[in-house]
Write a protein that binds this ligand. Structure first.
Ligand code: ATP
Length: 246
């Protein structure tokens, strides 16, 4: 692959395995500066494994992850977030018993020395993107609806001032209206230059065309294309057949 200043994150020949189970095999793609990479795949395709490895939560067996020119492959999650890689995990990962504000504070602290905003500015940014959070600021996050919880999970990740945001099935378990609101916000963020990798099982209401769409099937890439994404029919064919759509 050519070296390019436009590449924010580069995934090179990544293989991730759980003992004998190879969950992601020899995967390579670039996340451009300010770009969005959409990764689609059925159950068990390796989507969670991929974003977990990109965030440093699990180790890869082979390959490299570069952030800019820096090799972050062996940097664990708690330090990788300080380098600008933030994960919005499947199931949101918000902490029950803590208020919305306290969850945001944890995200803000996670940036470490890279933090450039005051906590007050961070809260204001979160409320600007998701006004509903402003009304819930002092509530235990357990009392939030699913959509509000997902908004909080995204706002908490953003509070760590990421260079790239990784989102694991942000639409999972949400009503269509909440999915639309979440994707509208992701579109706004991307338009402001936030790079992201979004994994999803189903087609989602994206307001922008991703820079790259990758479809995974049993840990392998069966489709990778820029400026286009498969429609529902093509996706069904890819998920069932594991080949390139005709
Ligand atoms: P889903 O949409 O169901 O979350 P996914 O695309 O995110 O699926 P992964 O969860 O990454 O897929 O799983 C990929 C493969 O790795 C599957 O075969 C799964 O059974 C296996 N796997 C995932 N986690 C583990 C684990 N902790 N131990 C062993 N195998 C695992």
């Amino acid at each position: 692959m050519e070296d390019s200043v436009d590449v924010l994150m580069r995934i090179e020949n990544m293989t991730v395995a759980y003992g004998p189970i190879v969950a992601v095999e020899n995967l390579s793609f670039d996340v451009p500066q300010g770009g969005m990479v959409l990764v689609l795949g059925p159950n068990g395709a390796g989507k969670t494994t991929l974003v977990s490895a990109l965030s440093g939560l699990i180790s890869s067996r082979a390959g490299r992850v570069l952030l800019g020119r820096r090799d972050v492959t062996r940097i664990p999650a708690f330090r990788r977030v300080g380098q600008g890689v933030a994960l919005v995990p499947e199931g949101r990962g918000t902490l029950p018993g803590l208020s919305v504000r306290e969850n945001l504070y944890l995200g803000w602290r996670a940036a470490g020395a890279r933090q450039t905003r005051t906590f007050g500015e961070t809260v204001a940014e979160a409320v600007d993107l998701f006004p509903r959070l402003g009304e819930r600021m002092n509530q235990d996050c357990q009392t939030l609806s699913g959509g509000e919880m997902q908004m909080l999970a995204i706002a908490r990740a953003l509070a760590s001032r990421p260079q790239v945001l990784l989102l694991d099935e942000p639409s999972l378990g949400l009503a269509p209206q909440a999915v639309a609101r979440v994707y509208e916000a992701l579109g706004q963020l991307n338009a402001r230059g936030m790079a992201m990798v979004v994994v999803e099982q189903k087609a989602v209401p994206l307001t922008i065309v991703p820079s790259l769409t990758v479809v995974l099937q049993r840990g392998r890439v069966v489709y990778a294309r820029g400026g286009h994404r498969p429609n529902d029919g093509e996706l069904a064919e890819l998920y069932l057949g594991g080949g390139t759509p005709s």
